[in-house]
Design a protein around this ligand. Structure first.
Ligand code: SF4
Length: 636
């Protein structure tokens, strides 16, 4: 095995400016795979319970996986790990682009930031050279300006930059870290953690060659992967229409939340989907992350009208739903504009749309609050665009929204928590979980809050032959490819948790193994074995995925999480969709409780508390974690 494929762990103390590196060894790989997995271990080891997420004791970890930098398709992803300022719990945010590849080519698997700098700084990784530089002249600049200035300053347009915009500097609770105009580590507020450390950006230029341990076996496995990729029925559509191409289908199924989840159908959905980006002439080109043949990203421009001159990545499915139909907005140009501003300011589009539509519903219900001079009627696209700015700069009512839904609803009062679509402090992503029980369970147990980016159980809809085969392989029968069933949801969720974690630990995009299915545990085991020269089989890798999921759970347990936290937003547990009256389309507390019982039992977690047992932790080689939890009375 070539050591440079594994890379080093770089520790940077922002208080002292000192940096040191340690090898990411094969033993660490055998224990945690890498990427998200070893980051979870570092977070557990380095962040004490009760740490302020925006204080110097929090860490911020960027990581690439052991397959990042190789020719494996879609292997250029980067995970960002820290304690979340939105939830106070575990946070992993994953981002594409080219940053992860250059991180590996410069010799690193992980970069771990500790402490806070007194003045704004950026980190410059130029292969071996590690330098913290003054970033005072960049503070206040948006993402595009920052990236352009850094490339000019460092004299290389090809360097990769991860940075924050004004939202991160202003500690907006859902601020993102951007690695390009298309790519955001957005969920849970990692940009605010970066802002609290006064770390404006990381620039990286890597030129090292990476080798694999068994080139012939690796090459053969790559050929097999490409063959599977070419025949995957989901790949062509993903390339042609992008993620927003699925809006029309989900809308017909009443699974496209609109008007702040009051209904699952949007009357004007045909105006805002991926097809409309093409027909309206907005789509200028398709864009891919490092090493990705799928190219699901879009680059769009508006050539005329009110928003003339606007350009943006995306907008992705979640963005269109959050800033569009969720707010009753059917003007696709306004959605592109709002998305463009989110990317420039460094904001999570899902959370931004969620807080805006919550405010619109406060207005709909006649609550008493300062409107800040805005007309908050559903569908007012100008108000949506204006609120994006006010959130980023914390102006007027934007300051309330910048706190995130949980805190904003607490401050607003007047029962507004009932339509604050959040749990654990994270705004829910745009999935109608009242009609999809696998998603409902997955969102409830997600350690970072209710979204699809820790576990994506899209196979439960059975919309493709590959999806139905996945459900059959998990449950024994295709009949469970039915999102309205409670039965077998625990099995379906746990399998998807394992493979999702495994995919991200390797540094790959989850669209390869959930949604599209050309990557499976067997193929991943062959690729990793050939790459590092250590034999892994599928079962061993999936068990490691489960170990990471369990460790992430334990971080939350140590922070005080219990079964009570594994829930969904109030509306999604207690109200029917108004466009599906009388249908079995509600996740009652009773149904959720039944699914949770089965899920905890399957994991070997205690049903009363949701805490992992000693037996479970020891079987996963996490005895020291069990010891720590026992010492603070959190082992059942
Ligand atoms: S499928 Fe899309 S998100 Fe995934 S690596 Fe490719 S371009 Fe990036």
């Amino acid at each position: 095995m070539r050591d440079d494929l594994l890379g080093d762990v770089l520790y940077v103390d922002l208080r002292t400016g000192e940096a040191r590196r340690e090898p990411f060894t094969i033993d660490l790989l055998k224990g945690y795979i890498g990427g998200r997995g070893y980051s979870a271990r570092l977070l557990w080891d380095m962040v004490k319970p009760g740490t302020d997420p925006l204080g110097p004791e929090n860490v911020l970890i960027f990581s690439a996986g052991p397959l990042t930098g190789t020719a494996v398709p879609c292997s250029g992803r980067t995970s960002v790990t820290c304690k979340s300022p939105a939830t106070g719990f575990y946070l992993k945010s994953n981002v594409g682009g080219g940053f992860g590849g250059d991180l590996k080519y410069s010799g690193y698997s992980h970069v771990v930031f500790t402490g806070c700098s007194e003045k704004p700084v950026y980190l410059w990784l130029d292969d071996e050279k590690v330098e913290l530089r003054d970033a005072s002249h960049l503070w206040g600049k948006d993402v595009l300006e920052t990236t352009a200035l850094m490339k000019e300053e460092l004299g290389d347009p090809e360097i990769k930059v991860a940075c924050i915009g004004p939202a991160g500097e202003n500690l907006v609770s859902f601020a993102a870290i951007m690695t390009s105009n298309y790519n955001a580590a957005a969920r849970g507020g990692p940009g605010a953690v970066m802002g609290s450390k006064r770390l404006k950006a990381i620039a990286v230029r890597g030129t090292k060659a990476l080798g694999v341990a068994c080139p012939v076996a690796f090459g053969q496995c790559l050929k097999d992967t490409w063959k599977a990729l070419r025949t995957d029925s989901g790949v062509p559509r993903s390339h042609k229409y992008g993620t927003s191409g699925g809006i029309a289908t989900l809308n017909e199924l009443h699974l496209a939340p609109s008007y702040n989840f009051q209904q699952g159908y949007f009357e004007e959905a045909d105006k805002i989907g991926g097809q409309q980006l093409i027909e309206g002439g907005y789509l200028k080109r398709r864009v891919a992350c490092y090493s990705c043949p799928l190219g699901c990203h879009r680059y769009v421009e508006i050539d005329q009208g009110k928003y003339h001159g606007t350009f943006s990545g995306g907008p992705e499915y979640e963005t269109v739903q959050a800033l569009g139909s969720g707010c009753g907005v059917s003007n696709i140009e306004a959605i592109i504009k709002a998305n463009s501003l989110c990317n420039r300011y460094g904001l999570d589009t899902i959370s931004t749309g969620s807080v805006i539509q919550w405010l619109m519903e406060c207005h709909q219900r006649g609550l008493s609050f300062d409107h800040d001079g805005l007309d908050l009627s559903w569908g007012n696209d100008e108000a949506v665009v204006e609120l994006v700015k006010r959130i980023a700069f914390r102006e007027g009512v934007g300051d309330l929204l910048a706190k995130g839904l949980k805190r904003a609803a607490e401050q607003m009062g007047q029962d507004s928590y009932k339509w604050a679509i959040q749990a654990k402090g994270l705004e829910q992503s745009r999935v109608e979980t009242r009609s999809a029980y696998g998603y409902a369970l997955a969102f409830a147990v997600n350690p970072r809050g209710p979204d699809h980016l820790m576990t994506e159980t899209v196979a439960e809809f059975g919309l493709s032959p590959e999806a139905r085969e996945v459900i059959r392989s998990i449950t024994g029968s295709e009949e469970y490819a039915n999102s309205h069933l409670i039965e077998k949801r625990a099995e379906i969720v746990r399998w998807h948790e394992d493979i999702y974690a495994l995919t991200e630990c390797l540094g790959m995009c989850v669209f390869t193994s959930t949604g599209k299915y050309f990557m499976n545990p067997e193929r991943m085991a062959e690729l990793l074995s050939a790459a590092v020269g250590e034999h892994f089989d599928a079962e061993r890798l999936m068990a490691l995925g489960r170990k990471i999921v369990t460790l992430e759970k334990c971080f939350n347990v140590r922070e005080g999480a219990t079964r009570h936290d594994d829930t969904l937003p109030w509306r999604l547990m207690h109200e029917e969709q108004r466009d599906l009256p009388g249908r079995d389309a509600i996740n009652s507390p009773e149904k959720m409780s039944k699914m949770l019982d089965e899920y905890y039992a399957l994991h070997g977690w205690d049903k009363e508390t949701s805490w992992p047992t000693r037996d479970t932790l020891e079987a996963l080689d996490l005895s020291d974690v069990a010891d720590q939890l026992e010492s603070i009375g959190k082992l059942p």
